[in-house]
Design a protein around this ligand. Structure first.
Ligand code: PMP
Length: 428
């Protein structure tokens, strides 16, 4: 039974006095949906509990990291046991090599990997390596893809940038954004034309192989293969940003799912099991440019942090092919159920899933890129989001964000979610 959000409302007012917009990351402020944000007291498995005592089935999962759900006992134990021996040393530990080995084993394109503290750091550093390796400056990204908040990537970005309607951020020097070329996702012709004109100046193409920052968009057959071909032809690097898709769309990420061999890959989220981690890695010839093996500078006081390494290792140790088979089934069941219920009510809807990620749009058409994602009905979603919250389902607070599943989500959770959905649609 939903008990209202009085405490959260008070907490939000207090937070706004001391933090920009009351939050430490923009989309959390619920600007794109109805009602104030709820403040979280606790997470347990697939459930969240807010400070007013409301309980929700969680499909945000801290925006992706919690593939085992909240407070998985093995992850909590690994963190606690590691913390008892010290939280940071700024010196090498065995845990770092262990996690690096695990990543290299799961992602054959990754021969060498460097741990960082966020996805943003990972993409910024990967681009630096690509620029150093190719001795070129320009980068191609796709409209609606989000690669963190590094200057080079805040051009027609997805996620909060799109949700708040800020296509380009003030504070990014023109000289930096001028080197970023933003093209429509899934449009190989646009990529070909761009390379035909300035291909010799392009250091890299960076792509979310399955974009999760404009809802969830599937790559058209041949799109990722085409990127691999074109970049090879022109001597540019292909960077797969697998911060979201890594260990989510398949155990070996999108590169395994689609059989692509990128030059560099970036990670975040799942790799840290809910603690602040990112990583970038790839071919030895490129990664050995990174200091101290090479001249490209990249460093971090807390990089390879023992707690984060322990949480990441504990998380990865629970992933296997059976887990991903179940994710596929769950994703399909949810997506089919959500769309069918909308169709019965005569409400246009489109949804797609890949592994443990899915997206749902109030859209008349299949969503294949940012333009079609933007045409989905945001006002309807804003209202729907609140109705779902009041019915015990916590969704990411924007239509242009992927939703996530965990091993903790049960069949009963899915059934209750579909029930809440059917009931919410009646009230739209
Ligand atoms: N790349 C992708 C694909 C992401 O989804 C995100 C975050 N949602 C980032 C990079 C940035 O990661 P972080 O928020 O950890 O900086």
């Amino acid at each position: 039974m939903f008990q209202g959000t009085t405490r959260s409302e008070r907490a939000y007012e207090a937070a706004q006095k001391v933090m920009p917009g009351g939050v430490n990351s923009p989309v959390r402020a619920f600007h794109a949906v109805e009602g104030p944000p709820v403040f979280i007291a606790e997470g347990r498995g697939s459930h969240l509990i807010d400070i007013d005592g409301n309980e929700y089935i969680d499909y945000c999962l801290s925006w992706g990291p919690l593939i085992l759900g909240h407070a998985h006992p093995d992850v909590v134990r690994a963190i606690a046991e590691t913390a008892a021996r010290g939280t940071s040393f700024g010196a090498p530990t065995l845990l770092e090599t262990e996690l690096a080995k695990r990543v290299c084993q799961l992602m054959p394109s990754v021969e060498v990997v460097r741990m960082v503290n966020s996805g943003t750091e990972a993409t910024m550093s990967a681009l630096r390596v690509a620029r150093a390796y190719t001795r070129r400056d320009r980068v191609v990204k796709f409209i609606g893809c989000y690669h963190g908040h590094g200057d080079s990537f805040l051009v027609k970005a997805g996620s909060g940038v799109a949700t708040l309607g800020l296509p380009d951020s003030p504070g990014v020097p023109d000289g930096v954004s001028a080197n970023t070329i933003a093209l429509p996702y899934n449009d190989l012709d646009a990529v070909r034309e761009t390379f035909a004109k300035v291909g010799e100046e392009i250091a890299a193409v960076i792509v979310e192989p399955v974009p999760g920052n404009m809802g969830l968009v599937l790559p058209r057959a041949g799109f990722l293969e085409g990127l691999r071909e074109i970049t090879r032809e022109y001597g540019a690097l292909l960077i797969f940003d697998e911060v979201m898709t890594g260990f989510r769309v398949a155990m070996g990420g999108a590169q395994e799912r689609f059989g692509i061999d990128p030059d560099l890959t970036t990670f975040g989220k799942v790799i840290g099991g809910g603690l602040p981690v990112g990583a970038f890695g790839g071919k030895r010839s490129m990664m050995e440019l990174v200091a101290p093996a090479g001249p490209v500078y990249q460093a971090g006081t807390l990089s390879g942090n023992p707690l984060a390494m322990a949480a990441g290792l504990a998380t990865l140790s629970h992933l296997n092919e059976d887990v991903y088979r179940r994710f596929e089934e769950m994703g399909k069941r949810l997506v089919d159920g959500l769309v069918e219920a909308a169709r019965e009510k005569g409400i246009p809807a489109y949804a797609a899933a890949s592994g443990s990620m899915y997206g749902f749009y109030f859209s008349e058409e299949p969503v294949v890129d940012y333009e079609s994602a933007k045409r989905a009905d945001g006002r309807r979603f804003a209202k729907y989001h609140r109705l779902m919250l009041e019915r015990g389902v916590y969704l990411p607070p924007a239509q242009l964000e992927a939703r996530f599943l965990s091993t903790a989500h049960s069949d009963a959770d899915l059934e209750r979610t579909l029930e809440a959905h059917r009931d919410a649609l009646k009230r739209l």
